[in-house]
Ligand binder design. Structure first.
Ligand code: BGC
Length: 443
């Protein structure tokens, strides 16, 4: 057997390890419903089902608001004018790169950085003189809310580990930071997860939008629930109406895992946690593909000239480039592998690398679509109504083929009924959504 043949055999095994069949999806939907039920009752399980203390906007909210967005490598500040009739105008926006040391240093320094950035923004846009500006704060981590404008961080995800924040009210930490910078005209009107911001932005434009999804560095979803069903918060049970619930689906843990998933989880900074996120999101897909490539090469006896692909050496963005290299001999793949320390590779080896990336990203999209299907059928088991699903995040917006595969998988699962589910990209749900949250919370 030539090494190349051997590699194709190995690839077959990898294909099986990353297969996510229709019956696996149907099982996932059932398990997902069971976990949602547990979470809503406050029983232990992998889905937290966190009430957001806010419902969707009517679309006629008006006014000028500040939106803050913290959830990844950048912190953003926006000044948004809501014009009613579903129109939101971003008048000013700025992005501040968070120094990496701050994501793992003392939390108070992180909030000082945030407040300093806001101060700079207010000065640059002549907003310091305004008497009072309401702000909405999108904080893209799991928060146990105590009201629409306060909530405690349950735990950091996506590589953040700043100390002194978990267990504390993040709106309070922001207020302290603003005070230290002498900012007195800001009123923290709302605190929301990024999925909630995305749903609010989607629903402001289209009242049929009842789910907000993020496929980005992390992954998560929120939806509209009937308030009395939120048994975990006894105070809410007596309230009629609807409320948004942040599922925190990245932590769903009833999925079939393979050896590579186990390895990635074991070597992560949060073993046992965020299991679905580790199979679906931008923070992890590149690393997962790297583990598979290195294993396939080792099994085929391919020795990398350098150190081989080191941990963190393949990003999800690299993966997208590998998958879409348009050259017949995959010279782009060759260059990327050479840069990463794999030396010279044959065209077969490069094709194999590309196939591995496809297996990993396709499973991610299938799991994502099955999760969407689970939430939609939780709200509406027979899909009798139209559901618009607001979706944001770089993976969804930019990973080649991801959007198409989500649509295709929904069709596989629901046949013609999939016309009741309309995935709709929401641009900058976290930013404009924060401003809309402020407007809704103030009503
Ligand atoms: C966080 C969620 C967030 C998601 C998308 C996850 O890691 O736990 O709160 O919504 O990333 O940003």
């Amino acid at each position: 057997m030539t090494p190349a043949d051997n590699l194709w055999d190995i690839l077959q095994g990898i294909g099986q390890a990353f297969a996510f069949s229709e019956s696996a999806m149907q099982r996932m939907v059932r398990d997902f419903h069971a976990e949602m039920r547990r979470g809503l009752r406050g029983e232990s399980g992998s889905l937290k089902m966190l009430p957001a203390f806010i419902d969707c906007p009517a679309g006629n909210e008006q006014g000028e608001f500040i939106g803050l967005d913290l959830g990844g490598t950048h912190f953003r500040v926006l000044f948004v004018r809501l014009e009613g009739q579903g129109r939101a105008l971003v008048r000013h926006a700025a992005r501040y790169t968070i120094p990496p040391a701050l994501t793992s240093g003392a939390g108070v320094e992180l909030f000082d950085f945030i407040a300093r950035s806001i101060k700079q923004f207010l000065a640059e846009h002549d907003l310091e003189q305004k008497k009072r500006i309401a702000l909405g704060f999108t904080f893209s981590f799991p928060i146990e809310q105590t009201s629409s404008y306060s909530g405690r961080l349950i735990k950091w995800t996506k590589g953040f580990s700043a100390t002194g924040v978990a267990g504390r009210d993040v709106a309070g930490l922001l207020a302290d930071g603003l005070r230290r910078q002498g900012i007195e005209n800001m009123e923290i009107a709302a605190l929301v997860n990024d999925t909630v911001g995305t749903l609010l932005a989607g629903a402001y434009a289209d009242p049929k939008c009842d789910m907000g999804v993020i496929f980005g560095t992390g992954t998560n979803c929120c939806y509209r629930e009937s308030t009395p069903a939120i048994v975990r918060n006894p105070g809410l049970q007596k309230t009629a109406g609807r409320m948004i619930v942040n599922i925190e689906w990245g932590n769903f843990n009833c999925l079939p895992v393979n050896d590579y998933d186990r390895l990635l989880d074991r070597d992560s900074d949060n073993p046992g946690k965020q299991r679905m996120e580790k199979m679906v999101s931008g923070m992890y897909l590149g690393e997962l593909a790297r583990l598979v490539i290195m294993d396939a090469f080792a099994k085929a006896g391919i020795v990398c000239a350098g150190n081989g692909l080191a941990k963190g050496g393949l990003t999800t963005r690299d993966m997208a480039d590998l998958e879409t290299d348009p050259t017949p001999n995959l010279t782009g793949v060759e260059a990327l592998l050479a840069k990463a320390g794999c030396g010279r590779t044959t065209p077969e080896q490069r094709q194999c690398v590309r196939e591995i990336c496809r297996h990993v990203s396709q499973r991610a999209a299938r799991i994502g679509a099955a999760a969407i299907s689970a939430v939609a059928t939780w709200m509406d088991p027979e899909l009798e109504q139209q559901h618009v699903i607001g979706i944001d995040g770089t993976l969804y917006a930019r990973y080649p083929g991801f959007q198409g595969l989500i649509g295709q998988t929904l069709k596989t699962l629901h046949g013609d009924k999939c016309r009741m589910l309309t995935p709709a990209p929401v641009q900058d749900g976290s930013g404009t959504g924060a401003a809309i949250a402020a407007a809704v919370a103030l009503i």
